[in-house]
Design a protein around this ligand. Structure first.
Ligand code: ADP
Length: 250
């Protein structure tokens, strides 16, 4: 079952006085795939953290599958976190466990039986093309393989909502495209997916809903959008080439 997400007039102020989100209202329907875009530091991670209750709103309300996230009891928070899977830029795998164990361990922690874990682990590894690496440890895998493993671990839990924070931030273009395809597959299987990124290439490669944040506010929301041109970050500054510096033809 896919989750519905409702963010209603949410402001998040951190204790240092930073207003990370400023009166954000956003609804994500069950089964949607949404890119959350905007420059670094403009509130994307904070918005995602509201959805598994790593942060709570200073003002406003966050509902996930109808639950008011800030009002949940500790037991319900644990349940919420079993239903909301996270994928991060830095993978967050267990380095001392094999690929197989990373999946079975995560499933056991979320209360699945040994039998279910043994059934789902090979399915999940096969889905991301890593069945032949089941006995490898994460440090033996490439960055792209590690992220595919992290996605397999998330998908094995059959979450209602999958949140990915800069999932391609450490990957080459080929691995990024693979990871994006896997996220789209998981979405097609019936999971709501929200991907925070400041990478226009991946956003433009998949014409999906694009919600843009700037200074903690939603500044655009496009149904089958590309990356908003006015939110592109300037390319890293380079030393002028000699020909340009000397006024010659570039
Ligand atoms: P993004 O994901 O778009 O890079 P973030 O949500 O991480 O943006 O950050 C939004 C703003 O909140 C930034 O100014 C950031 O420095 C600040 N911020 C993020 N987390 C914290 C925190 N735990 N304490 C204080 N300020 C924070």
């Amino acid at each position: 079952m896919a989750a519905r997400v409702e963010i209603q007039n949410v402001t998040v102020m951190y204790p240092n006085g930073v207003r990370a989100l400023d009166d954000v209202t956003l609804t994500v329907e069950p089964g949607e795939f949404v890119f959350l875009v905007g420059p670094t530091g403009h509130g994307k991670s904070t918005l995602l953290k509201l959805l598994n209750r790593e942060e709570i709103p200073t003002r406003g309300r966050v509902l996930v599958s109808g639950w008011d996230v800030a009002a949940l009891s500790p037991r319900r928070v644990a349940y919420l976190r079993r239903r909301v899977a996270m994928v991060f830029q830095d993978f967050r795998l267990l380095p001392n466990r094999t690929a197989w164990e990373n999946i079975t361990f995560a499933l056991r922690v979320t209360g699945k039986s040994h039998r279910v874990a043994l059934r789902r682990a090979p399915e999940a590894l096969a889905q991301v093309g890593l069945l032949d690496k089941a006995d490898d440890y994460p440090p033996e895998l490439s960055a792209g393989e590690q992220q595919r493993l992290a996605i397999a671990r998330a998908a094995a839990a059959q979450p209602e909502l999958l949140i990915a924070d800069e999932p391609t931030g450490s990957l080459d273009p080929h691995s990024s495209a693979q990871v994006l395809r896997l996220l789209a597959d998981i979405n097609a299987d019936g999971t709501t997916v929200i991907v925070a990124t400041h990478d226009p290439v991946i956003v433009n490669s998949l014409r999906r809903r694009v919600v843009a944040l700037r200074k903690g506010r939603v500044v655009s929301d496009l149904r089958e959008g590309g990356y908003p041109a006015d939110l592109l970050e300037p390319a890293p500054s380079r030393t002028p080439r000699r020909a340009e510096a000397e006024g010659g033809e570039p």
